[in-house]
Structures are given as C-alpha cells and as structure tokens.
Design a binder for this molecule. Structure first.
Ligand SMILES: [Fe+2]
Length: 377
C-alpha cells in the first residue's frame, strides 16, 4: 500500500544520503524474509544466489545502496512474490512446537513480521520527502480524538519498578531480561511538547527549527510533508527534532529529558489499541488526544504520535544475551546511540509496546521523534 502510488523512478531515486532508495528497502525486506524463513529454517538454497550480500544492512551503508546491482522494477516485484510463496511453502511443513528457540512459539515469524513493519516506518521517513505523495488510504479519526485537559505534568511514584519484557511472548533481546530498578519519584509532562511551545523556544533562543519547518513572515511557521506545505498547527506534538534539540528544549523549559527507565515507569498501563499508530492518519493527533487511554500515572500519548527521546544511552540490561544474532542490538550498544521510546504515528501497532527500545544517533531528525520532559521532585 505504501509504495503503490509511486513510479519506478521514485522507487529508485535517492532522496537523502541517510535514507535508502525504496527499491533497496523492498528487496531487503524480501531478502531478510528469505534468509530466515526459507534458508535458515528449511535449508533451501536462496532464489538469487549471492544477491543477499547487497541487502546486508551492516555491509552496505545507506549512502552507497543505490550504486549496488540491486533488483528493480518487475524483477524486484517477482522476487518479492517468489520469496513470499516459498515462505508459505516452508510454513506448511515447519514444526512450531520444536525445541529450536528460533521456531518455538513462532519466534522467527514474529521477528520477520516486526522487521518488515519496522521498515514500513523507515520508508515513511523517506515518503515525507516525496513531492505530491498521495497515500492510498487516510483515516481522520486520530486527528478528531477529543483532547483532554489536565495538569502540565503528572507525578510518577517510582520505588521498585519492573523494567523490560517478561519471559514468553515476542520481544527483542534488548528488552530482556526483565529486572527491578529503584527509581526516585519524579514528574513527567502529561503530553508531548507541542509545536506552539517549541516555536516559542525557537523564537526566544534562536535555536534551529525542526526539520521541515520554514518561516512564513515574521512570527509564523509552515511545515512541509509529502510535498504539501501547511501552516503549523500549534496544538500538535513537535516532531523531527534531534536528541540535542530535545535536550535543549527541556533545559530551556527548566526540565530535563526522562531516562528510559523513568519513561517506562510512566508508560505503565498505556494501551497501544488506543493510540495514533499504523500510519492511519499520516500525521500526529493533537497533544492531549486519547485522554481516555492515559497511563496509570496519567500521561497521555505515551504510545504513538511521536517517538520520545530519553537521556539514556543504548546498553544491554543486566544479564543481556544476544538472540538470535549480535547484529540486531548488541553491535549498537554504547554511548553513541540514545534510546527513544513509545513509537510514532508511522509505527506499526504490533511493533510497539511499553518495553520496546528504539535507538539512534543524537543528531538524527528524519525520524519521527519529539519531546516529553521530566523533572525531579
Ligand atoms: Fe532491516
């Protein structure tokens, strides 16, 4: 559905050195599915021999992907459907009660679904730059959600808090093991920071505006998405800010970014079924929407709308074990990546949960990242 409105020229075009051409994403999604759901679990040979190495995300940095002899046009589409056919053939003969941890409870199928769904979001990052992109479907209900009034910040009690995914059910290696931490009580913003608040910060400090903002006269802003320029809606959450910008805003507001542990404690009880996810709306809902689906602490929109930068470096939890391979999380551990939480309007619903950890470089702004501040009590 996402790529159907696009021409082959648009699928092959490089829009940004930090984003792959969409044709690479599509081939990579199919190749990753073939690697795990056909080759690895059934021992079958790959359909296209050595093709796989061009779709290895670690071997091929985004800036070089368009120079690779990747599949394009009809060849790409027939490879994608060929892989899916073989995946379904293998599924018919596979034993999901197996002792193999890859197969047990269908783990590897959840993994590949999550991978494809996470690439949907990466592709949506690029679609923001595509002139006159017109989605096949758009759902206006998130934007029409009633906005609840409430205090600027809510209190989170802290104490002994369980962090991470429980055993059983699908979760990534970096969400495990579940463990207990001790948190001081703190306050967290009830809603994500809005465009209006962020514009005031930009005006007062001369800070750079978020990606896709442009001045429209002396004190007004417009923002452009998918080739369409519109007046900025001050009630909506700010999006496309870097970690440094988010932290700068928080300091200006007399607050700070939450740690990811604080964020997870504040998100307890948030419901992904009542959140702006799944790129239904192709944009955010106003801050304060989904008031009936607040977390136990009273914060709204913890899930959906915008990813929220935390002050935490991406690291392994105590007792971390890489599974099923080091390249998913472990190679990214360290101070160079900051953790984001909560998912955005562009995140698929089945990907997100309160324990889900996303990470990126602190300078990145093409991701759907916003701000929610915290404060010591
Ligand atoms: Fe990938």
């Amino acid at each position: 559905m996402l790529v159907e409105p696009l021409s082959d020229d648009q699928l092959n075009k490089v829009y940004s050195p930090i984003l792959s051409p969409l044709a690479w994403d599509l081939g990579h999604i199919a190749n990753f599915e073939e690697l795990w759901l056909v080759q690895t679990i059934s021992g079958r040979e790959p359909m296209r021999g050595e093709l796989g190495r061009f779709y290895d995300a670690i071997e091929n940095p985004r800036a070089t992907r368009n120079e690779l002899p990747i599949l394009r046009g009809e060849e790409l589409r027939s490879y994608m459907s060929g892989v899916r056919e073989r995946t379904l053939d293998v599924l018919d003969e596979i034993d999901l009660d197996s002792d193999d941890p890859l197969l047990r409870d269908g783990f590897v199928y959840d993994l590949i679904l999550a991978h494809e769904h996470q690439h949907n979001e990466t592709m949506l990052q690029l679609l923001q730059m595509v002139d006159r992109y017109e989605p096949l479907e758009r759902d206006g209900t998130p934007a029409a959600e009633p906005v609840a009034a409430g205090p600027e910040m809510v209190r989170v009690e802290g104490g002994q808090v369980e962090i991470g995914a429980p055993p059983g059910g699908f979760a990534y290696d970096n969400e495990r093991p579940r463990h207990t931490v001790e948190l001081e009580p703190f306050e967290i913003d009830r809603t994500p920071v809005t465009n209006g608040e962020y514009a005031r910060y930009v005006e007062e400090t001369g800070a750079a505006p978020p990606l896709y903002w442009e001045r429209d006269g002396a004190d007004a802003w417009v923002r452009t998405a998918m080739g369409e320029t519109r007046e900025l809606d001050p009630r909506h959450p700010v999006v496309h800010v870097s970690y440094e910008e988010a932290a700068g805003f928080a300091a200006w507001a007399g607050k700070r970014l939450p740690t990811e542990l604080e964020w997870e404690a504040a998100a307890a009880g948030a419901d992904r079924e009542r959140a702006n996810l799944d790129h239904l709306a192709f944009g955010t809902a106003p801050a304060g929407a989904y008031g009936g689906a607040a977390s136990e602490a009273g914060a709204v929109q913890m899930l959906g709308d915008v990813w929220e930068w935390t002050s935490s470096d991406f690291t392994g939890y105590p007792g971390f074990e890489a599974f099923p391979y080091d390249e998913y999380s472990k190679v990214f551990f360290g101070p160079e990546h900051k953790v984001l939480r909560g998912g955005a309007w562009a995140t698929r619903r089945d990907v997100i949960r309160p324990t889900f950890r996303n990470w990126d470089l602190p300078i990145r702004r093409q991701i759907f990242a916003g701000v929610r501040c915290a404060r010591d009590l």
